[in-house]
Write a protein that binds this ligand. Structure first.
Ligand code: HEC
Ligand code: HEC
Ligand code: HEC
Ligand code: HEC
Ligand code: HEC
Ligand code: HEC
Ligand code: HEC
Ligand code: HEC
Ligand code: HEC
Ligand code: HEC
Ligand code: HEC
Length: 421
């Protein structure tokens, strides 16, 4: 008998879990009785219970599923831990996965899903909703429901459900549809690669929080880190920018990645509908740099957009010349710095190089004048005087001209009346 048991152990190979089962195997406690074989003896086939109700599960499936799962080494009672005396009570409690997966359990309990679930909301997912029960696979297994390329399907089940959206006031279907069309979503959906961003790259898998929560991965302050995990070089440039510095100081009006790119709507940069497509860049920057409230709040120079759009470059862009300079040609795309910073592409010292990229003649220019001409007394007096002079001059000319015509017409009419008399 004893020898047979040891033989079985040898056949199974010796590892830690086997060691544990070894102790359970020889333990003098009631557990001894509750071996898998015991469970199986009753659950073997479709079993008719006392009340003649057919049980839903036969072990045939459970055994098969478990065998192919990550938990193949676990005993039934390690999960069904209250089935320790046989016959076990009816209405066993739900399996507590967090007993072994403690860290995951902690994160999950703080999440929107977890806290909703603990309040008894039946629409929120539990571990089993996302991972399954007996047939739990490694997350890297393409058949697992939580595998990267399957997450769209997994999360969509609830997040495109109209009732759930209404009940919890969620922006579901819109989000899913947008993501499917986004640069990341397309790559994932077409199965081209698993490297593009999936739901849990941006939201996390267990600690999913609302984006207004400062601990949320999707909180504005944390977004650059999230994108930066994959777009490393761009993140390193962005990190040096005035926008990044300002955001870190808590100036929430300063852009993170998604303010310029969008999150679920994110497209290829060369897509003509992209917010960052060459032709659309000025309007994207103008959202903030032509916003009077922000200009006042951060004492930013004004008229950036209007002065650009009236310039040679702006006019050329308006007529479809995308090789001309847009905001980022002079300011850089991600490493945007103020003119006062010696590292800035628009620092007077560096300007000849910046313009010289497209105007070779300017490469050695000693002094390149102002680019954004605001027509304000403080910043460009000459421009201010000239513009004001012309405004008044033309205004007075036009008034005189109109007055002259009116007087002339009046004169003609009067002469005609006099002639008739
Ligand atoms: C003596 C026979 C018998 C043995 C041995 C047995 N079960 Fe059951 N089990 C049943 C019956 C009968 C039901 C159905 C109860 C019902 O439908 O209300 C059941 C139901 C269950 C359920 C469904 C949840 C519930 O409470 O309705 C689980 C889980 C379960 N058993 C696990 C186990 C595990 C694990 C073992 C081994 C440790 C085991 N059972 C051993 C007879 C048995
Ligand atoms: C990895 C943990 C795990 C292991 C190991 C495990 N189960 Fe389960 N089992 C579950 C989960 C999860 C459910 C779903 C119900 C729940 O959440 O409690 C379940 C449900 C069941 C049910 C009831 C199904 C129903 O619809 O009510 C039976 C019966 C059952 N298990 C028997 C077994 C038997 C027999 C074994 C051993 C051969 C076993 N389980 C091993 C996790 C496990
Ligand atoms: C909303 C769906 C969802 C729920 C609910 C969920 N998970 Fe996960 N889980 C995932 C996804 C998706 C991944 C894969 C994440 C990845 O690709 O990085 C994952 C990964 C895991 C992993 C392996 C990687 C890791 O983080 O350690 C474990 C273990 C795990 N989950 C356990 C659990 C447990 C235990 C619960 C319940 C407390 C749970 N999960 C609840 C979706 C979920
Ligand atoms: C008795 C402890 C125990 C319980 C209970 C348990 N697990 Fe596990 N789980 C493990 C161990 C150990 C592994 C690692 C297996 C391996 O690496 O081969 C694992 C692996 C996993 C993985 C795969 C992680 C990866 O890296 O791909 C997932 C997912 C998972 N468990 C989810 C669950 C869920 C969901 C439940 C509840 C239904 C659960 N576990 C219950 C011990 C447990
Ligand atoms: C079983 C259904 C279900 C599944 C599956 C599910 N969710 Fe949810 N989710 C909900 C419900 C319900 C809420 C609202 C909870 C609340 O507000 O109490 C929610 C809330 C959220 C929120 C917070 C929205 C907000 O503004 O409150 C995010 C983000 C989210 N889920 C993302 C995901 C992701 C990512 C996945 C896939 C890994 C996923 N969900 C899978 C049901 C689900
Ligand atoms: C590239 C990153 C990224 C991906 C991929 C992504 N999201 Fe989001 N998601 C965000 C950001 C950032 C927000 C917050 C937007 C805001 O603050 O207005 C958000 C918001 C949400 C919301 C609204 C609730 C909230 O927290 O404001 C839901 C629901 C949601 N996402 C679900 C999903 C689902 C489901 C998927 C996968 C199909 C997904 N997201 C994929 C970045 C992403
Ligand atoms: C102030 C607006 C703005 C911010 C903030 C911003 N971007 Fe961009 N991004 C752009 C513009 C404009 C382009 C298009 C440049 C071009 O046409 O070459 C671009 C291009 C890209 C590209 C594709 C081009 C390439 O070189 O591969 C990626 C990827 C990208 N950004 C990621 C990010 C990430 C990640 C962040 C945050 C760390 C971020 N962006 C922050 C405006 C921004
Ligand atoms: C899991 C990795 C991952 C994460 C996280 C991620 N991306 Fe991407 N992203 C990719 C991959 C892969 C591509 C495919 C295009 C390429 O770069 O070859 C891509 C493409 C892009 C593009 C289009 C580039 C082009 O050539 O037009 C932009 C813009 C972009 N991502 C921005 C973001 C932003 C903003 C975030 C954060 C909200 C983000 N990404 C998060 C992996 C990721
Ligand atoms: C979401 C709003 C927003 C967007 C979009 C935005 N910016 Fe800004 N930008 C700001 C804020 C706020 C500051 C001020 C930061 C500070 O006070 O430190 C700033 C500062 C600057 C500065 C430094 C100004 C100074 O006087 O120090 C430059 C240059 C700049 N942005 C250029 C751009 C360009 C070019 C774009 C488009 C590619 C752009 N910004 C898009 C909000 C924005
Ligand atoms: C042809 C190059 C060029 C283009 C195109 C351009 N800028 Fe500038 N920008 C500059 C230079 C040079 C300065 C610094 C001197 C000045 O104000 O003329 C500057 C200054 C600024 C400043 C103030 C920076 C500081 O530190 O004072 C902001 C903000 C700004 N530009 C935003 C924009 C926006 C938004 C656009 C697009 C609508 C744009 N720029 C287009 C070259 C350019
Ligand atoms: C991305 C390339 C690019 C950059 C950088 C650039 N320009 Fe231009 N610029 C052009 C193009 C293309 C035109 C012709 C536009 C047209 O069709 O009128 C032009 C036109 C001009 C003109 C009108 C006269 C002419 O030569 O056609 C002036 C003046 C000018 N740029 C000055 C500058 C200055 C100063 C800078 C640096 C602060 C600068 N540009 C940076 C591409 C650029």
């Amino acid at each position: 008998m004893m020898i047979e048991k040891i033989k079985i152990l040898n056949r199974m190979g010796f590892n830690f879990t086997i060691l544990i089962s070894f102790f359970i195997f020889f333990s003098p406690y009631p557990m001894l009785a509750v071996n898998d074989e015991v469970c199986i003896s009753c659950h073997e086939k479709r079993h008719t219970g006392e009340d003649k109700k057919e049980m839903r599960w036969g072990t045939e499936f459970i055994k098969r599923d478990l065998k192919g799962s990550v938990h193949r080494q676990l005993k039934c009672i390690q999960c069904h831990s209250d089935a320790t005396s046989i016959p076990h009570k009816r209405g066993l409690s739900k399996v507590d996965c967090t007993k072994c997966h403690m860290d995951t359990g902690r994160s999950f309990s703080e999440s929107v899903h977890g806290s909703s679930l603990s309040k008894g909301e039946r629409n929120a997912p539990s571990c089993v909703t996302c991972h399954g029960d007996h047939k739990i696979l490694k997350i890297t297994d393409p058949r697992a429901p939580v595998f990267r390329n399957n997450q769209l399907t997994l999360c969509s089940v609830c997040h495109t459900d109209k009732e759930i959206q209404k009940k919890y006031n969620l922006p579901g279907t819109k989000v899913i549809k947008a993501y499917e069309r986004s640069v990341h979503g397309r790559i994932i959906k077409e199965g081209k690669s698993i490297k593009a961003a999936v739901c849990t790259d941006c939201h996390g898998a267990h600690l999913i929080l609302k984006s207004n929560d400062t601990n949320s991965k999707t909180n504005k302050m944390n977004i650059p880190n999230v994108c930066g995990r994959c777009h490393v070089e761009i993140y390193n440039e962005y990190k040096l920018s005035i926008h990044s510095k300002a955001l870190k100081e808590g100036k929430l009006d300063s852009p993170s990645c998604t303010d310029c790119h969008g999150e679920h709507t994110l497209t290829l940069v060369r897509d003509p509908n992209a917010t960052v497509y060459l032709k659309n860049i000025p309007t994207t920057c103008a959202k903030c740099h032509e916003n009077q409230e922000l200009i006042k709040k951060y004492r930013l120079p004004s008229d950036r957009y209007s002065s650009y759009i009236g310039s040679f470059h702006g006019v050329a862009l308006k007529y479809g010349n995308v090789t001309t300079a847009n905001c980022t040609s002079c300011h850089e795309v991600h490493r945007i710095l103020p003119a006062s910073d010696p590292e800035s592409s628009i620092h007077p010292k560096n300007l000849s190089l910046t313009c010289g990229r497209c105007h070779p003649a300017m490469k050695n220019a000693a002094n390149i004048g102002k680019i954004h001409v605001e027509a304000k007394k403080e910043s460009s007096l000459g421009m201010y005087i000239v513009r004001n002079f012309y405004t008044w001059f033309i205004g007075i000319m036009m008034t005189l001209f109109v007055a002259y015509i009116i007087l002339d017409v009046y004169g003609i009419l009067r002469r005609r009346r006099n002639d008739k008399k």
